[in-house]
Design a protein around this ligand. Structure first.
Ligand SMILES: *Cc1c(COP(=O)(O)O)cnc(C)c1O
Length: 241
């Protein structure tokens, strides 16, 4: 049933329940505490009403890819003060200023220059604390994807860590697309391996990996944030040209 805002709340409630159960099952199968796996609802292209409906189902963390879209939704949902936006799309340096005071976490730091710019803007944004960030790694080495190369990770982590306005929390990746979910496993394992080589869970407690297609595999590999869009909100409209 669709309500006047165009959101099918029953279907959404069913999908959220399914995905929460899926992550919990994957965590138990992996011998992990289900509370260590958090669901990031990827709401790109969805109208603010869809996020509001998800909020009413208890969801608090939402992932957005595009800065303007994130800002518009933050504005439309400003009456929900504990709703948290995570930026999961590539961030251009000239947009760092726009998000520094508005997001709960940035998952996509991929260069020292971006880290410095975001740090500068976060310091000036009057935030209550440091801005939590993850460093994105291009583990598949795909030229068209953003993310730092694995061998650039050391200096980038050091730069983020020494920025007084940023709080280094972990790593993020988007693996190459594969037919089978299992195909993503070597890339998730690679991200975890990088975490282990660069300070382990003490320094990098969060691993943001896994999407609708491969969430279970990501949880088995150690994901703490799983970014799910389609399986929660349904298929996205095709991108406008
Ligand atoms: C769109 C997107 C997702 C969600 O993908 P689904 O297949 O819809 O679950 C996750 N992470 C990133 C970085 C995305 O851009």
């Amino acid at each position: 049933m669709t309500d006047p805002t165009g959101v099918d709340r029953e279907q959404m409630a069913r999908r959220f329940a399914e995905q929460r159960a899926r992550l919990e099952r994957a965590a138990r199968d992996a011998g992990r505490d289900p509370a260590s796996v958090r669901l990031l609802a990827v709401s790109k292209t969805q109208p603010p009403e869809a996020l509001r409906a998800a909020y009413e189902l208890g969801q608090r963390d939402f992932g957005e890819n595009y800065v303007q879209e994130l800002l518009a939704k933050a504005e439309a949902l400003a009456d929900l003060p504990d709703l948290r936006f995570h930026l999961i799309g590539h961030l251009q340096r000239n947009k760092a200023r726009l998000v520094a005071g508005r997001v709960h976490m940035v998952h996509t730091i991929d260069s020292v220059r971006l880290a410095q710019e975001l740090g500068k803007r976060a310091a000036g944004a009057g935030r209550a604390g440091r801005l939590p960030v993850l460093v994105e790694v291009n583990v598949g080495g795909e030229p068209e994807k953003s993310g730092c190369a694995p061998d650039e990770l050391g200096p980038l982590l050091d730069a983020v860590e020494k920025d007084p306005a940023l709080h280094l929390r972990g790593l993020m990746t988007v693996p190459p697309a594969t037919e089978e979910a299992e195909g993503a496993r070597p890339f998730f394992d690679a991200l975890r391996g990088l975490r282990d080589r660069h300070g382990g869970v003490e320094r990098l407690p969060e691993l943001s990996m896994g999407m609708s297609h491969d969430a279970d595999v990501a949880v088995a590999a150690g994901a703490t944030w799983v970014r799910i869009g389609t399986a929660l909100f349904g298929p996205r409209p095709p991108k406008e040209p």
